[in-house]
Design a protein around this ligand. Structure first.
Ligand code: ADP
Ligand code: ASP
Ligand code: MG
Length: 814
C-alpha cells in the first residue's frame, strides 16, 4: 500500500485538484491512501477569522463568507451538476456549524485552544470530503475516511501527542477491511480519547500521512508539494538552490527542524523505525524525480547537504558574577522555562560559566522574561545576577550533513563567509550529533546569509556579483555593453556571475532583483522611478545582497560623499570619479580604512590613466616593499589630444571643442584645461605611494589666461578661448622654434608635486606620445635610473569602462 499526501498549494483550486486526480489515477494499481491538506490559504484564513471573532470584530463574517465561497465555488467547478446538490448541502450544513462556533466565540469574546482546533479543522474536513466526492465522479473507486476515527491523541490542543499503539491498531484494522482502491483522508486532524477534536500542529498533514504509512507498513510515503523535492536551501530564498536526490532520515529531520518547511519535522519519526522511504514530489512537475529520504544519505562523501533557517528567534541571556562556580543555576534556569512550556531551540554557555544563553521563539519572550526574573528574584536583588537580557528579531541559520563530523574547517568556512558578508553572529551552537552547525543572526540578514553560505558550500566556486551602477553616460553605457558581451565568458572561465540589480542616472533609477536585462536597460531606466542618491543607497542596503558593488561613473562630488555609507555596510565601491581620492586627505584615508574594516574593496584604478594598470602596479610595488622616489608623467589624455592636434592650421578653440565632443574631456572642460584634473591624478599617485599631500600643496603653472579660469559656463569658457587665440598660437610657435612639442607634465619628487605645460625636446620619453596616450615613469628604489614605464591610451569612454570592469572583476576574485 502507498500513502500519498497533497499539501495546500496542490489542492488550492479546481485546476490543481484535477492535477492531483491525474497523479492518483496513475498510481492506483496499488491500494492507496490519499491524505490532503486544507485548500491553500484556508488554514490561515480560519485562524484569522477565529481571532477576529474572539476579538468581537464583526469582520469575522467576511472571513466566513470567503471560506464559504472557496468551498462552494470549488464544488460547482469540479462536480457535475447532477451530483452537486447532496455535496453542496452537506458542506453548507458543515459551514453552518462553523458559523455557530465562530458566533459563540464572538459572543463570549474568547477563543480557547480547544475551540480554535475545532474551527481550524474545517479546512481539512471540507477539502478531503470534496476531493473524495470529486474522485468518485471521476470513476475512481474512492471512499472518504475521517482521520479522527483513526488517530488518537492526548488533549494538547494545537499540537497534540499521538497515542501510537491505539492509532496503529485503528489504522491497521480499518485498512485491512477496506476494499476501496483509494481512501481520501483529512490531514492534520485527530481526536482525543474523550472524543474531543485535536490537531497535530501547523504543517501536520505530513505527519498524518506518516502515521498512517507506519501503521499499515506502507511501501512508500509520497509527499506531493509545490517544489521538486528537498533542496540544498529554500528555493524561494536561494535561486541557485539545487534539489537533493537522496538524503538520510536524520539529515532530512535536521533540515526540517531548522526550518525546511517542505517536511513537518515529526513526520520522519514514525516511518524511520519501519524504514519506509519518503519521496518528495512536485504536483506541478510530476515527472521530476524528487527527493528520496531513506536510511542512507548517499551524499557521495559530501559534507554539507543543506542549509536552512528558522526565523522568529530571540536570545535570552542570564549573566552575572554570582553564577560562577555555583552549581544548579542552569538547572533552575531550564526548569523555569520548561515549567512554562517554553521550548529551548538552542543553547550556548560560556566556559567561564559567567553566562548562559538560549534561543527561544519570539512568541515566548514575554512569558520567559517574567518567569526567569521571578525565579532568580533573590539573586537579582542581591546583584549576583543581572535581570535577564533579551535580544529579539533574530534567526538561526544551520548547515546540515551526516558527514560534517569527520571534516575540519567547516565551521571556519561558515563563519568567515558570514563575516566577509558583514553578517554579525550573535551566538553559535554545534549539535552534539555534529550533524549541524548553527549560528544566530539578525532576521534581516537571513537571505544574504543563506545565499552566501550556499555560494560557499554548493556553487563550485561560482561567485555572484551584484552591481548597482550610478551614471550611464559615455562611460557607464559602455560598461554595461562590455558586461553584456563578457557575461558568458566570465561565468564559464572565471566562475563569476555578474548581475546588474540597480541602475541610476540623474533623472531616474530602476531596480530588478533578478537582474536588469542589459539588452533594453535604456527603456527600462527611462520608465524608472525618480532618481535619488539617498534612496538608491537605502534600497541597496535594504536589499542586503552579498557581494554588492556600487559603481560610480559620475563626476559628482555629492555622489563621492556617499562612498563611506556604502563601505560601512560592506558594499564595495568602484569609481572612475576622482573627487573622493583627491579631496580632503582625511576622507581619502577614512575610505581606505573603512574598506579594510568592512572587507569591502574600494577601487579606483581609472582615476589615473583610464584603463591603464597604473594604480594596481603601484600597489604591488609598495606591497612588495619598494619605495617611490620620483614620478614623472603625462596624465591628461585630454590635454595630450589637444596639444598633439593643435598647430597653426587650426584654432585652439576648435581643437578643444573637438576633444570635448569626442569624449576626451570631463563634462566641464576647464577641469582638464586648467590642469586641475592632472593635479588630482598626481595627488592620487603620491597618496597611493604613501605620501600625505593635499591639492593646495601642488604647484600649478597654468597656461590658460586668467579670464578663462574664471568662467561660469562652458559657453563662456569657449568664448574666452576664441578671444585669446593669438596667445595660444604664440605658445605653439615658441615650442616649434625650439623643435619641441608641448606636453602637460606632472612631477612628484621629495614629497612635492607640480604640474604645468612644458616644451619637450625630441629624444625625450614624452616626445612621441600619440593621440590621447598617457605615460607614467616610476623611479623607485628598485628602478632607480631606468624607470618603470607604463604607457598607452589614457582617456576615452571605452578604455575607462574597461578599467572599471577590471576593478569589478578584481572584486570577484577578492
Ligand atoms: P505544502 O503546503 O505542500 O505542505 P509547504 O509550504 O508546507 O507545502 O512546504 C513547501 C515549501 O517549503 C516550499 O514551497 C519551500 O518554499 C519551502 N522550503 C523551505 N526549505 C526548503 C528546502 N530546503 N527544500 C525545499 N523546500 C523548502
Ligand atoms: N493545513 C494545515 C496547515 O496549514 C496542515 C498542513 O497543511 O499540513 O498548517
Ligand atoms: Mg507543509
Amino acid at each position: 500500500m502507498k500513502i500519498l499526501k497533497f499539501g495546500g498549494t496542490s489542492v488550492a483550486n479546481p485546476e490543481n485538484i484535477n492535477r492531483v486526480k491525474t497523479i492518483v489515477q496513475n498510481e492506483v494499481s496499488d491500494k492507496i491512501a490519499v491524505v490532503v491538506s486544507a485548500f491553500g490559504g484556508v488554514t490561515d484564513l480560519l485562524l484569522h477569522t477565529s481571532q477576529l471573532a474572539s476579538n468581537q470584530d464583526l469582520a469575522f463574517k467576511d472571513g466566513l463568507k470567503k471560506i464559504e465561497d472557496r468551498h462552494m465555488g470549488t464544488i460547482k467547478e469540479l462536480i457535475p451538476v447532477n451530483a452537486q446538490s447532496a455535496i453542496l448541502s452537506k458542506v453548507k450544513s458543515d459551514l453552518n456549524i462553523l458559523e455557530t462556533l465562530l458566533e459563540g466565540s464572538f459572543l463570549i469574546g474568547e477563543l480557547t485552544p480547544k475551540l480554535s482546533d475545532k474551527i481550524v479543522s474545517y479546512g481539512e474536513l471540507l477539502s478531503s470530503f470534496i476531493i473524495s466526492e470529486f474522485f468518485k465522479t471521476e470513476e475512481l473507486d474512492a471512499t472518504f475516511k475521517d482521520s479522527r476515527e483513526l488517530i488518537t491523541t492526548d488533549e494538547s490542543f494545537g499540537n497534540a501527542h499521538v497515542d501510537f499503539e491505539k492509532t496503529y491498531h485503528n489504522c491497521d484494522s480499518f485498512f485491512k477491511k477496506s476494499t476501496h482502491s483509494v481512501t481520501v483522508l483529512p490531514g492534520f486532524v485527530a481526536s482525543s480519547n474523550a472524543g474531543n477534536l485535536t490537531t497535530l500542529g501547523r504543517g501536520g498533514s505530513d505527519y498524518t500521512a506518516a502515521i498512517i504509512a507506519a501503521a499499515v507498513n506502507a511501501s512508500v510515503l509520497e509527499i506531493w508539494t509545490d517544489v521538486s523535492g528537498m533542496y540544498t536551501a529554500n528555493p524561494k530564498l536561494v535561486k541557485q538552490a539545487k534539489c537533493v536526490s537522496q538524503i538520510s532520515y536524520e539529515e532530512a529531520m535536521e533540515l526540517s527542524h531548522f526550518g525546511a518547511k517542505v517536511l513537518y519535522p515529526p513526520t520522519i519519526q514514525p516511518v524511520l523505525s519501519k524504514e519506509i522511504p519518503i519521496i518528495i514530489k512536485n504536483t506541478f512537475n510530476p515527472e521530476d524525480a524528487g527527493t528520496r529520504i531513506t536510511k542512507n544519505s548517499n551524499g557521495n562523501g559530501k559534507t554539507v547537504r543543506g542549509i536552512s533557517h528558522v526565523g522568529g528567534i530571540s536570545l535570552l541571556s542570564l549573566e552575572g558574577p554570582g553564577m560562577i562556580g555555583i552549581p544548579g543555576i542552569s538547572k533552575r534556569f531550564f526548569e523555569t522555562l520548561s515549567l512554562e512550556n517554553i521550548s529551548v531551540v538552542l543553547i550556548t554557555q560560556a566556559s567561564s560559566e559567567h553566562s548562559i544563553c538560549v534561543g527561544i521563539s519570539d512568541n515566548d519572550v514575554e512569558k520567559a522574561v517574567d518567569t526567569v526574573n521571578e525565579a532568580f528574584a533573590y539573586e537579582i536583588s542581591s546583584k549576583k545576577i543581572k535581570p535577564v537580557l533579551v535580544e529579539k528579531d533574530l534567526a538561526i541559520v544551520a548547515l546540515v550533513g551526516d558527514n560534517m563530523k569527520s571534516h575540519q574547517g567547516l565551521s571556519g568556512k561558515m563563519f568567515s563567509t558570514l563575516g566577509k558578508n558583514n553578517v554579525n553572529i550573535r551566538a553559535i551552537a554545534q549539535g552534539a550529533s555534529e550533524r549541524n552547525i548553527s549560528a544566530v543572526i539578525k532576521k534581516t540578514d537571513v537571505k544574504k546569509a543563506l545565499n552566501s553560505l550556499h555560494e560557499a558550500f554548493f556553487e563550485e566556486n561560482i561567485k555572484q556579483l551584484n552591481l548597482f551602477v550610478m551614471g550611464v553616460g559615455n562611460v557607464g553605457s559602455k560598461l554595461l555593453d562590455q558586461i553584456k558581451q563578457q557575461k558568458k565568458y566570465l561565468r564559464e572561465e572565471l566562475k563569476l556571475n555578474i548581475r546588474v540589480i540597480g541602475i541610476s542616472n540623474s533623472r531616474t533609477m530602476v531596480f530588478n532583483e533578478d537582474g536588469i536585462s542589459l539588452k533594453n536597460w535604456e527603456s527600462v531606466l527611462t520608465n524608472g522611478q525618480k532618481a535619488d542618491k539617498e534612496e538608491f543607497f537605502k534600497k541597496i542596503n535594504q536589499l542586503n545582497y552579498r557581494n554588492s558593488v556600487f559603481v560610480d561613473n559620475t563626476a559628482s562630488e555629492e555622489v563621492s560623499l556617499t562612498y563611506s555609507d556604502y563601505l560601512k555596510n560592506s558594499i564595495s565601491v568602484v569609481t572612475c570619479n576622482k573627487i573622493a581620492c583627491s579631496s580632503d586627505y582625511g576622507y581619502y584615508k577614512e575610505l581606505k580604512q573603512l574598506a579594510k574594516q568592512f572587507n569591502s574593496p574600494f577601487l579606483f584604478e581609472t582615476n589615473v590613466g583610464a584603463g591603464l594598470p597604473i594604480i594596481d602596479t603601484l600597489k604591488h610595488l609598495i606591497a612588495s616593499g619598494d619605495k617611490v622616489n620620483k614620478i614623472e608623467a603625462v596624465l591628461s589624455g585630454s590635454l595630450n589630444f589637444v596639444f598633439n592636434n593643435f598647430d597653426d592650421s587650426v584654432t585652439f578653440h576648435d581643437i578643444v571643442k573637438q576633444a570635448q565632443e569626442e569624449g576626451y574631456t570631463e563634462p566641464d572642460p576647464t577641469i582638464d584645461l586648467s590642469g586641475v584634473d592632472v593635479m588630482r591624478k598626481i595627488l592620487i599617485l603620491a597618496r597611493e605611494s604613501g605620501y600625505q599631500l593635499d591639492m593646495n600643496e601642488i604647484v600649478s603653472d597654468s597656461f590658460l589666461p586668467e579670464e578663462s579660469l574664471k568662467t561660469n559656463s562652458n559657453e563662456e569658457f569657449f568664448e574666452t578661448l576664441k578671444k585669446n587665440e593669438t596667445e595660444f598660437q604664440k605658445i605653439y610657435k615658441e615650442a616649434k622654434d625650439k623643435n619641441s612639442k608641448l606636453k602637460y607634465v606632472a612631477q612628484f619628487e621629495n614629497g612635492k608635486a607640480k604640474v604645468g605645460l612644458q616644451k619637450i625636446p625630441s629624444g625625450h620619453d614624452f616626445y612621441n606620445l600619440e593621440g590621447s596616450d598617457n605615460i607614467v615613469l616610476f623611479y623607485t628604489e628598485r628602478y632607480p635610473d631606468q624607470p618603470l614605464i607604463i604607457k598607452g591610451a589614457g582617456a576615452g569612454a571605452e578604455v575607462t569602462a574597461s578599467g572599471i570592469f577590471a576593478d569589478i572583476i578584481r572584486i570577484g576574485n577578492f
